[in-house]
Design a binder for this molecule. Structure first.
Ligand code: TK8
Length: 334
């Protein structure tokens, strides 16, 4: 109830400030407000990245911009946050690419299993031509893409048994992000997948509504999933980055200089965020290893069993994302 009232209040204030920002250019001397909402906890790299953006933008604009960051789904989960940015009730958010794909289908390209071999390759391709082309596809959905923060390679956890090959997944109820390709992929592997918003995952695992889920080590640690899961396998099957989006009208109503300032400060914030995410992955693995969970690393042969089984998913991705964007990515990877 309190959450709802807070949400309404914040949405109202955001709408009011968006109106102000679009009516007044910065030379009027008014402070331009930016409100950011996202889905993860305060100690997660994505939050630290947005705080870095706030610090840089407020300092470099000499206080002409004022940024507020609401973590932990206070303003909704990825789906609601994205809708709010589209409608202009919220200035910015950073959903995982997977739930964003149902708004803007090109993003399904990032659901190609085992697309990137490592984070350096992910940065290169996402910051390069293919990634920029992907961000540009948001324009027709009232959003402007500012870049990609790291969530991390995803790993599967569950409460029933050790998973080393697709056969071990047979019948396991796995929570997936809200994304048709993820659903198809887990079915293909023999599991019994259920899409669910991130905010419901801990309780679903605890109450055993689902047996397992998949997320990067950082989120498994920060959300204490290890307390309600017994097995983690480093499958690293997908790298679904956070896509930083801003309401298009808000952005376009700013002066060219301010647009450039937002883009450049976000770029610096993203570099910072990625370093934090990398550190967090190592730190989180240590936390998980100290907990009462079995962590399994797989051999190349074992990973290949997942890879081979998921080959049919590639055509599904092409059909949904469009072969042009898929080719753009694949041509930068080989
Ligand atoms: C947080 C989500 C989360 C994602 C998920 O809002 O849903 O599993 O990994 O980070 O975007």
């Amino acid at each position: 109830m309190i959450k709802k009232v807070l949400l309404l209040l914040v949405l109202f204030l955001c709408a009011a400030s968006l109106l102000l920002a679009s009516g007044n250019k910065e030379n009027s001397g008014d402070v331009i407000k930016i409100t950011i909402g996202h889905g993860v906890t305060e100690n997660t790299a994505e939050h630290l990245g947005f705080l870095k953006f706030k610090e840089l933008l407020e300092a470099e604009s000499k206080g002409r911009f004022s940024v507020e960051v609401f973590p932990n789904q206070q303003l909704g989960g990825d789906r609601e946050l994205t809708e709010s940015v589209q409608l202009g009730n919220l200035t910015m958010t950073g959903p995982s690419s997977a739930p964003l794909a149902s708004f803007c289908n090109s993003f399904y390209v990032l659901d190609l299993p085992f697309l990137f071999s490592g984070r350096e390759e992910a940065y290169k391709v996402l910051d390069g031509k293919a990634g920029q082309k992907l961000l540009a596809s948001l324009d027709q959905y009232n959003m402007k893409g500012l870049g990609f923060m790291e969530n991390g390679f995803r790993n599967v956890t569950n409460s029933k048994r050790e998973i080393r090959t697709p056969n071990d997944l047979a019948g396991l109820k796995i929570r997936t992000m809200e994304n048709d390709i993820h659903l198809a992929a887990w079915k293909q592997l023999g599991a019994n997948p259920t899409p669910m918003a991130f905010g419901e995952v801990f309780t679903a695992l605890q109450q055993k509504t689902v047996d397992g889920q998949e997320n990067p080590f950082e989120l498994i640690a920060n959300n204490k999933f290890y307390e309600v899961q017994s097995f983690i396998t480093a499958t690293r099957h997908i790298y679904s980055p956070y896509v930083v989006v801003i309401n298009k009208k808000f952005f376009e109503n700013l002066s060219a200089d301010d647009q450039a300032l937002i883009s450049s400060t976000m770029k610096t914030a993203i570099d910072f965020q990625r370093k934090e995410a990398e550190k967090a992955e190592a730190k989180s693995l240590a936390v998980i290893n100290a907990a009462n969970v079995k962590v399994s690393e797989l051999s190349k042969q074992e990973i290949d069993q997942f890879r081979n089984k998921l080959v049919p998913v590639q055509d599904k991705v092409k059909a949904k994302a469009g072969s042009e964007i898929v080719e753009a990515f694949l041509s930068e990877i080989k």
